[in-house]
Ligand binder design. Sequence first.
Ligand code: PLP
Length: 395
Amino acid sequence: MIERSEKIKLFSQRLKNAKKANRYFYMREIQGPSRAKVIVEGKEYINFASYSYLGISDHPDIMQAAKNAIDKYGSATGGVRLLAGTTTLHTKLEEKIAEFKKVEAAITYSSGYVANLSSISSLTSTKDIIVMDKLDHASIIDGCMLSGAHFRTYKHNNMKHLEKILEKNKDYNIKLIIVDAVFSMDGDIADLPNIRKLADKYGADVMIDEAHALGVLGETGRGIEEHFNIDGSVDIKMGTLSKTIPSVGGYIAGNKDLINYLKHISRGFVFSASLPPSSVAAALAALNVMEKETWRYEKLRENTRLFNQGLIEMGYNTMNSETAVVPILIGDEERTLELARFVNDNGIYVCPILYPAIPKNTNRIRNHVMATHSIKDINKALDIYYKGGKKIGIK
Ligand SMILES: Cc1ncc(COP(=O)(O)O)c(C=O)c1O
């Protein structure tokens, strides 16, 4: 008891100090949709903090679909999916996700976090082994812990280490490799072709979290398999409805038997209220927009190239980012905060990511490029980073 109150007190003090020193950047109020430009506390910024990679969070078709759904179905279902919580829209959305991901079926959950937690813990148990990348998302780690399965982490994207772990644990009956497609803090891409080869060699299944890959990777935004041109190489495809898709929720897509099992066994589905109709309709409409407005993928790639390349030329370390997640690795916490303050004061809305959210001494500013950033926005942001870099001694 004493320990807990001491912990809370210490944390409060840390928070107070950060605010007093003008080094607190979180939970600022955005006054409007998450566009390429946002008004935050009365001031306009270029938005580099949003996961809305394709810039469709205020797309008229999507907003209209959400409004229509409220008119037709009300604001909520008043039930869990198995009982009174499945509307025609819920079924349509799951069919659409399955079609978009080129599999037989899909299940939706109340968030991406819950999708990982609930699916992983119902697909594995104490007799099984899960092997995961060291930089996998927290929801995967939490899902592993909840499952009670043994789990091992391999060095980031290191296939030799993955093989070593698989070889050592080859006698487990169920082996599951779980990996982020795009690493959420680093922006690099999982080595899926080699993960699949190793999975086949050691009899493991592959589950991929495409939270930051859907709408980002592949010619038509379908994700990591399209990126590597290896359709059908992922057994369990997880994604969110809260990033490129401007709604809320998470999904698992795969074969019919897998999805039916999850729909009757996974506790986050069985014992939690269904998604509100407006959110379901928004997600469904977003997938239709993503199929129609394919120019957004090319524009996102062009903006990403321009921004990442510009930062590298200034001497910044953007880690191994190949995607719209573009981190700027600073290392030291104080310098990271100093740069964050400078760029925010000069009109970029972005947040520093600090330890313990990431490994020690890898403090960084994480940028998210959007398809709706104009070239002028990108160049302006680069100019601000250039000046900020000079200030903190990057160049
Ligand atoms: C890789 C990854 N997986 C899962 C999630 C959780 O998704 P959601 O925000 O929809 O709960 C996130 C969220 O940031 C993520 O980055």
